[in-house]
Design a protein around this ligand. Structure first.
Ligand SMILES: Cc1cc2nc3c(=O)[nH]c(=O)nc-3n(C[C@H](O)[C@H](O)[C@H](O)COP(=O)(O)OP(=O)(O)OC[C@H]3O[C@@H](n4cnc5c(N)ncnc54)[C@H](O)[C@@H]3O)c2cc1C
Length: 416
């Protein structure tokens, strides 16, 4: 098959809230039964799904924006499937918040896999071919190139790709998750790690996801048919049992009359919510973490998206949060922010709660560096997260029962 060139990532996903809201407005008329019927089709252009994930993942557009907009056009019954999908991200985040060691174990798995790649020539060749789209399995190679070129893959393609990576190519799942995280504009520690674990059969023990040629042919409109090329059995993947569940995180309240700095991360780029809730920073700064997604180089389009999305957020709070002290990134960032906070005479630094992942890892270092200057790091959790996460105790099907109440609460909430 001759491939048409893929559009560039930032043309497909312009990194501003205004572009995200425009996409949302264009999608909601299709967010009812049409979405429920068509969402599994992976067709060029991906017109049957919202393509909102890079916006929602960074909270350029919040879940509240999505819920309110969809319910203006659709009844809760018609929008049920779409709303459930939106709440999958919330569920995965809540599940990981209560079992953060799964993220740590994933990171160790990536490092182990990369060590093996250095010493095992066969594994190295297989991994390289999978990442460059040179395996000879046409659909898989197409998705590898689509992901690298555009920063996006349809959900069904992600499932098929992960399944072929694990069960047909027999590559370590952590290296596949790492390949995704380095290229996806919506790269999300919880959805990605747990999505891969789910396909591998580690998330729900004994339940694997095996891609079949017939399913791929059907839902790609016959563009691909890998008959005879795919594993027919899902050989079990080794991994420790899910760790016991810990308590959900607690929101940290800020002190009203203390000299306050605001530090944004890529995890919540709608800081207007905090300002509307009475936070009045005397200065602000940014802690970027895209480079910390992987021990390997992260795709330039991921850096470009997060930087531009952050600039957009800074533009929206201009005049409401004091001067900007800088955009900090890399291994020295925590110390640089602590030095900035000290020079600015801050007593507390408020950071929208970063969920488990690279930003939270950097925030832990920042907390220590600030404490050395006698400055407090305060991480308030959005009300909707604090409400939802404690329900992510078991499987999604138990969590699903809460969605009508969680939706109603979001529907009532003020715009971000
Ligand atoms: C192996 C694997 C890895 C994944 N990695 C990521 C990732 O790194 N980042 C990421 O945002 N999503 C990830 N997903 C989930 C899902 O594939 C994407 O969120 C979805 O494809 C985004 O496209 P969309 O916005 O057009 O989705 P739509 O179908 O329009 O869905 C609307 C919104 O619902 C949410 N959503 C939909 N499906 C899921 C899901 N399965 N899990 C969590 N949220 C969902 C997203 O916020 C999405 O924008 C992964 C799924 C799998 C199977």
């Amino acid at each position: 098959m001759t491939e048409t060139p893929f559009p560039a990532p930032l043309d497909l996903f312009p990194p501003t809230r205004a572009d995200g809201l425009a996409r949302l407005a264009g999608f909601v008329p299709k967010g009812g039964r049409a979405y429920a019927e068509r969402r599994n089709h992976d067709l060029p252009g991906h017109a049957d799904v919202s393509r909102l994930s890079p916006y929602i993942r960074h909270r350029l557009v919040t879940e509240g924006d999505v819920v309110r907009s969809v319910l203006q056009h659709q009844s809760p019954q018609a929008a049920e499937k779409f709303l459930q999908e939106v709440f999958w991200r919330t569920y995965w985040k809540g599940w990981l918040e209560q079992r953060p060691s799964v993220w740590t174990a994933y990171r160790e798995g990536v490092r182990r896999g990369l060590d093996r790649v250095q010493t095992e020539a066969g594994l190295r060749a297989g991994w390289q071919a999978a990442c460059t789209g040179d395996t000879g399995i046409e659909c898989f190679d197409h998705w590898a190139r689509e992901l690298s070129a555009t920063g996006y893959l349809h959900n069904h393609a992600r499932m098929w790709f992960a399944s072929i990576w694990i069960f047909t190519l027999r590559l370590p799942w952590e290296l596949g998750a790492d390949f995704f995280l380095r290229h996806l504009l919506d790269g999300d520690p919880a959805s990605n790690t747990l999505g891969w674990r789910w396909v591998a059969g580690l998330q729900t023990p004994g339940k694997t996801y095996l891609a079949t040629a017939g399913n791929i042919a059907r839902y790609t409109g016959g563009r691909f048919d890998p008959a005879g090329q795919l594993a027919e059995h899902a050989a079990p993947v080794d991994g420790p049992a899910n760790p016991p569940r810990g308590p959900p995180p607690q929101s940290e309240p800020w002190t009203q009359d203390a000299a306050t700095g605001l530090v944004l991360t890529e995890d919540d780029l709608s800081p207007g919510t905090l300002l509307d809730a009475g936070l009045s920073p005397v200065a602000h700064a940014v802690l970027l973490s895209a480079g910390a997604r992987s021990p390997l180089a992260v795709a330039p389009h991921v850096h470009a998206f997060t930087r531009a999305a952050t600039e957009d957020a800074l533009g929206r709070i201009a005049g409401r949060a004091g001067p900007c002290g800088g955009v900090f990134e890399g291994t020295e960032a925590a110390q640089q922010i602590a030095d900035w906070a000290e020079r600015a005479g801050l007593a507390q630094v408020v950071m929208p709660y970063p969920p488990v992942g690279p930003s939270a890892d950097l925030a832990a270092g920042l907390k220590t560096a600030l404490a050395e200057q006698g400055i407090r790091l305060v991480r308030p959790i959005r009300a909707e997260d604090a409400r939802a996460w404690p329900h992510a105790t078991h499987g999604f099907f138990r969590f699903k029962d809460r969605i009508p109440d969680l939706t109603a609460a979001l529907h009532k909430g003020a715009a971000a």
